[in-house]
Design a protein around this ligand. Structure first.
Ligand SMILES: Cc1cc2nc3c(=O)[nH]c(=O)nc-3n(C[C@H](O)[C@H](O)[C@H](O)COP(=O)(O)OP(=O)(O)OC[C@H]3O[C@@H](n4cnc5c(N)ncnc54)[C@H](O)[C@@H]3O)c2cc1C
Length: 286
């Protein structure tokens, strides 16, 4: 197995421009599991030594997270815990502690599994990602990043540099639930993240990101439209379920059935919306 491990970002980008066939590797927790599938002389480009790709910083618009930042760092960082609690929760729900110490947010996104835990949260938070190559960088809305099953809009020679998450509105409800067969080390049967602020007829923000309900992580747009359109309170369960049906394209697979996912998705949406059903939702922080 050949392995390149430059120390500086410009060396990484120059090498990747010449050798776009190299497989980038961050924490290696997906790449190493899939190594057998790469048999046939693939070579690897380690990003692990590039300090400039790590870390969490506050910006005027929100929080910037380097692609190589680990789940452990994200799950316990005060800036994330305070401003983006759903992301702290999803990082702490990824695998178990040993995995979290190596697994990076960039790797979780770039692996592009529809079942990954952190993408739904980034969709709910309205994140964007910065892709970089030897010729420059570009910012892509995360909603447009996953182009098909395990596919992204990343071009040859580009790496993911950082993830930008805008500050949520104050008083928003930050919601994350993962449903799996165990509390740790389980791939989700279904996952939901939501960011909700405002009230029926005057919503500021209604965003639901799902895992394991389609070929990619999805932003549930029909569901949001149904809720925003309900000027006299929340839509009834029938209308919400109908909207969800339009967003979800889940099929039966080894972890679950489409029917189970539809039912549990509806239960999770009801749970996310509970403060607005029960108490009017004016003080809905979670
Ligand atoms: C036992 C076990 C349990 C797990 N449990 C979970 C779980 O509960 N939830 C979950 O979501 N995932 C889980 N995973 C999957 C994995 O740990 C995560 O997806 C992790 O975040 C991947 O990060 P990494 O840094 O290890 O990525 P790597 O394995 O290094 O890379 C993953 C992919 O991203 C590419 N890549 C990485 N960084 C970049 C970059 N900066 N730019 C361009 N391409 C890049 C690589 O080429 C590769 O295609 C588990 C894995 C294992 C082995």
């Amino acid at each position: 197995m050949s392995w390149y491990a430059p120390r500086h970002l410009d060396e990484v980008l120059a090498l990747f421009a010449k050798r776009p066939d190299l497989i980038p590797i961050a924490g290696g927790t997906d790449v190493m599991v899939g190594r057998e599938a790469h048999a046939g002389g693939h070579e690897y480009l380690s990003l692990a030594n590039v300090a400039g790709l790590r870390g969490i910083r506050e910006t005027p618009a929100g929080v910037a997270i380097g692609a190589l930042t680990t789940m452990t760092e994200i799950g316990h960082h005060p800036v994330v815990c305070q401003n983006l609690p759903a992301l702290a929760a999803s990082a702490r729900a990824t695998g178990a502690v040993a995995i979290q110490n190596r697994a990076t947010l960039g790797g979780n996104i770039m692996n592009a599994s529809p079942a990954a835990d952190n993408p739904p949260v980034l969709l709910a938070y309205g994140a964007s990602v910065v892709l970089m190559s030897a010729t420059g960088s570009r910012r892509v809305s995360y909603e447009r990043f996953h182009s098909g099953y395990k596919e992204t809009v990343r071009l040859p020679g580009e790496i993911l540099r950082e993830i930008l998450v805008p500050l949520p509105p104050p008083q928003a409800r930050h919601f994350f639930r993962k449903v799996g067969t165990r509390r740790a080390q389980a791939i989700s049967k279904i996952g939901l993240a939501a960011l909700l602020a405002g009230r029926p007829g005057a919503w500021e923000c209604v965003r639901f990101g799902f895992a394991s309900v389609a070929a990619t992580p999805i932003l549930a747009q029909a569901l949001s439209a149904a809720i925003i359109g309900g000027t006299h309170g929340l839509p009834g369960d029938k209308e919400l379920a109908e909207a969800l049906r339009r967003d979800m394209t889940a099929r039966d697979d080894i972890r679950s059935t489409a029917e189970y996912r539809r039912r549990v998705a509806m239960n999770l949406v009801r749970e996310a919306l509970a403060p607005w059903r029960d108490e009017g939702g004016l003080d809905a922080s979670d």
